[in-house]
Design a protein around this ligand. Structure first.
Ligand code: B12
Ligand code: SF4
Length: 527
């Protein structure tokens, strides 16, 4: 009989890229698992029979079901699941956490199927809730939660202080999931990979970023001893050698970062790894030895938030970086075989069309000055509790008002659904740049570990590159096709199913590759 069920709802369109381990839920499971509470994790993204599994576990007498959600589409899945849970057993306690619960905790309680919302770090919450259920603790004494009292009124307990030393946290209980179901990056085809976090938070103050408020501009890292133990466990016990570090700012302490890279070199294992968050100015502060060590230790890619090609915009969003420094860092990195993925945003309030075109120009400059550089473009998306949210509202954003509306607020489609400062022409321009940026650079294939997505990427790449090189954005019927595929995936879970049958699929893939290789050649000739 399990005491605690952890349930990871689908993320939506992001699941197509590859399904990453549910780090948030695994993190909060560590303490109760250590204390001996029986815990099970069900992942809607990997389990086709999730309903039966959930039913079985609930009926076996579980006390607590835990859900997590980010902003957007994932809220929709979370709402469906919380309803399903209560339809099985209306008395079971449901608790929600995650970045959207951290952002709008009171709003989350609009879902009547949720009993408790955790609005901060949740690492010790589940053990405390189990003590409450076992009548050993009062609910009033559990910090960082909102709940309904007996009369149905909302009660918000005081905030929970951030965990001082991350090393106090017990080890992540990977045994709750089958790590073979997950990927993070596709550095080596068919190789298992995993996403990890080695730190939490970031000391910077970008006005569009949710992290600033979540962690009050603090940065905390696990000790390197602990980090190396975790990596060792994943290597030896699970044979995982490809890692993607999902930290907001992995080099919040640059000295620690250099030491970490040196440790990986000394370890001398066949690792491939990448970084989701490092700043350009940090790259400039690292010594040459560290950059060489990155390559020696198997680092394959770095993601850097460049945000905009307009200095006015960079200053406005408090990026605290300059275009020159980003360019300088890029030139420095160009000497090394590291794929550098720069992320940009278009559509900030007050951004002119000329400024967005400067962004596209800057992206091309970076790609020209470093053959391993890629620029990805996204829509700026306004999230509550960020400093820029009120500016967005001041410039005409009509934000969603409730949980159901936020479930429909997605980073790729919000501009079409919500009134804002963006003109139709600008939306179209950004939209095309976003779509093409995802496919026009062959260096990006590591981002598509899912075999079907990887196949589609390689197939479409020649045309996308042709469009990008020639600024040819008319008749984008392939965007419509992508929408249809996304809808089909939502309905039939295509990408996940294909991943599970990937052997047969790779045969078909080979045939298609031949066809499209010829198309690519034809396009080259036409050019
Ligand atoms: C990895 C990641 C993803 C992965 C998720 C993979 C997965 N397995 O879940 C993918 C690529 C899918 C993704 C997609 C998106 N992401 Co994202 N993502 C992250 C990132 C970088 C790391 C998350 C993580 O692993 N954190 C480490 C763990 C330990 O922390 P945690 O998950 O927050 O969990 C803690 C607490 O939240 C809490 N908790 C979590 N769940 C639960 C459940 C219960 C019951 C309890 C009690 C507590 C609890 O306890 C945990 C431990 O303290 C965060 C940044 C960040 N630092 O959180 C952004 C972040 C969460 N993403 C964000 C955004 C905006 C997006 C996107 C919209 C894309 C975008 N960037 O524009 C999409 C949304 C997808 C969707 N709608 O479903 C924003 C969230 C904004 C918001 N207010 O919700 C963040 C905060 C980035 C940012 N800097 O603004 N993301
Ligand atoms: S540097 Fe990155 S993680 Fe830090 S506040 Fe800015 S956007 Fe957020």
């Amino acid at each position: 009989m399990v005491d605690i069920i952890l349930f990871q709802p689908k993320c939506g369109i992001w699941d197509i890229m590859g399904i990453r381990v549910p780090i948030g839920l695994l993190s909060i499971a560590a303490d109760p698992v250590k204390k001996g509470y029986e815990t099970a994790l069900i992942d809607q993204r990997t389990s086709i029979n999730w309903k039966e599994e959930l039913k079985k576990q609930i009926n076996s007498g579980a006390k607590l079901v835990c859900l997590t959600t980010m902003v957007g589409e994932q809220i929709k899945y979370m709402l469906e699941v919380s309803k399903f849970i209560k339809s099985i057993n209306p008395r079971i306690i449901t608790v929600l956490g995650g970045s959207w619960a951290q952002t709008e905790p009171e709003m989350c309680m609009q879902d009547k199927n949720l009993d408790i919302v955790c609005y901060g770090e949740g690492d010790y919450i589940l053990s405390e809730l189990m003590e409450y259920i076992n009548k050993k603790r009062k609910i009033e004494n559990i910090l960082g939660i909102i709940y309904r009292d007996k009369e149905g009124n909302l009660r918000k307990n005081k905030e929970r202080a951030l965990i001082k030393d991350l090393d106090d946290l017990p080890k992540i209980p990977y045994n709750l999931i089958d790590l073979k179901d997950y990927t993070a990056v596709g550095f080596r085809a068919g190789k298992q990979s995993i996403s990890l976090v080695l730190s939490r938070g970031c000391p910077y103050r970008c006005t569009f970023c949710s992290i600033v408020k979540f962690y009050n501009r603090s940065w905390r890292g696990y000790s390197l001893k602990r980090v190396m133990e975790d990596i060792n466990e994943l290597d030896i016990k699970y044979n995982i050698k490809d890692f993607y570090f999902n930290d907001d700012n992995i080099a919040g302490n640059p000295k620690r970062f250099s030491e970490f890279v040196k440790m990986l070199v000394d370890k001398n294992r066949d690792y491939n790894w990448g970084i989701a968050g490092i700043r350009a100015d940090t790259i400039l502060s690292l010594d040459e030895e560290t950059l060489q060590n990155l390559v020696k230790s198997g680092c394959k890619n770095l993601d850097i938030g460049a945000e905009s090609g307009s200095q006015r915009i960079l200053d406005m969003v408090h990026k605290d970086e300059s275009l020159e420094k980003i360019r300088e860092a890029n030139k420095r990195l160009s000497k090394y075989p590291l794929i550098v993925k720069y992320t940009f945003m278009g559509g900030f309030p007050t951004e002119t069309e000329k400024e967005f075109l400067e962004t596209l120009r800057f992206k091309r400059i970076l790609e020209k000055e470093n053959p391993h550089a890629i620029g990805l473009v996204f829509f700026y998306t306004p999230f509550p509790r960020t400093e820029m949210f009120s500016t967005a509202v001041g410039h005409g954003l009509n934000p969603p008002k409730n949980l159901i509306e936020w479930a429909d607020f997605n980073y790729d489609t919000w501009t079409k659904k919500q009134a804002s400062w963006l003109t139709k022409r600008k939306i179209k321009l950004i939209e095309n740049s976003v779509f093409i940026s995802y496919f026009a650079n062959n260096n990006l294939s590591y981002k598509y570990p899912n075999p079907l997505m990887n196949f589609m990427f390689k197939t479409y790449y020649p045309l996308a590159k042709f469009r990008y090189d020639n600024n040819f954005y008319s008749l984008m019927i392939e965007k419509k096709a992508a929408d249809v595929i996304t809808k089909l995936n939502e309905k039939y879970d295509l990408f996940n199913r294909i991943k599970k049958k990937s052997k047969k699929f790779s045969e078909i893939k080979k045939i298609f590759h031949k066809i499209f290789w010829n198309i690519q050649n034809l396009l080259e000739i036409l050019k």
